[in-house]
Design a protein. Structure first.
Length: 189
């Protein structure tokens, strides 16, 4: 039955038997393990598992429940735990190590045929990732906001000279970008 395979799959990950977990995946399986990024087969899964373990050396996936969606589809609800010790590169986001003991709710939509996983679509609440792992540099943010306030005042005073307004606007752009980086460092693209 698929439930046995599903539990075995996550137990292999938890016991760091990544090759055994990858062996449960069909060679041509399409896996969407990060938003908008698809990999194929056990090799793709292995890269994902190794990067997840590098980010969370003590990572564990606990199956909360399995809901069968008819045919070969099963929705697996997981509770993922682990300490964020390495870089987590998750699609358009990159989270530097935070030391946070993470608790994430994950949904994995699995398709299983003939005892092999043939497709997977992993869903993680991105707002939860950001809330738990984003490290705001408040000192840098305050510094940039002060520079923005000064430039905003200059811009308000330069109502008649378009060249000076353009100069102030050109100096304002990098300050706005730097403030965004301090506030939202997880966006790296």
């Amino acid at each position: 039955m698929n439930d046995t395979l599903i539990h075995e799959f996550y137990e292999h990950f938890n016991d760091r038997r990544v090759a055994a977990a990858a062996a449960l995946i069909a060679d041509d399986a399409v896996l969407e393990l990060t938003p908008g990024h698809r990999v194929v087969g056990g090799c793709g899964y292995t890269r994902f598992a190794e990067s997840w373990i590098a980010a969370f050396p003590n990572a564990r996936f606990c199956v909360d429940r399995i809901e069968h969606r008819g045919g070969a589809l099963s929705e697996v609800y997981l509770l993922a735990t682990g300490t964020h010790r390495g870089v987590l590169d998750f699609a358009p986001y990159r989270f530097q190590p935070s030391g946070v003991d993470a608790v994430l709710h994950i949904r994995d939509l699995l398709e299983i045929h003939a005892g092999k996983i043939t497709a997977s679509a992993l869903t993680i609440d991105l707002n939860d990732l950001i809330r738990q792992f984003s490290i705001v540099d408040f000192e840098e943010l305050e510094k940039r906001l002060e520079a923005i306030r000064v430039l905003a005042s200059e811009l308000a005073l330069e109502t008649r000279d378009p060249l000076r307004r353009r100069d102030v606007a050109n100096r304002l752009g990098p300050e706005l970008d730097a403030a965004r980086r301090a506030l939202r460092p997880h966006f790296y693209r």
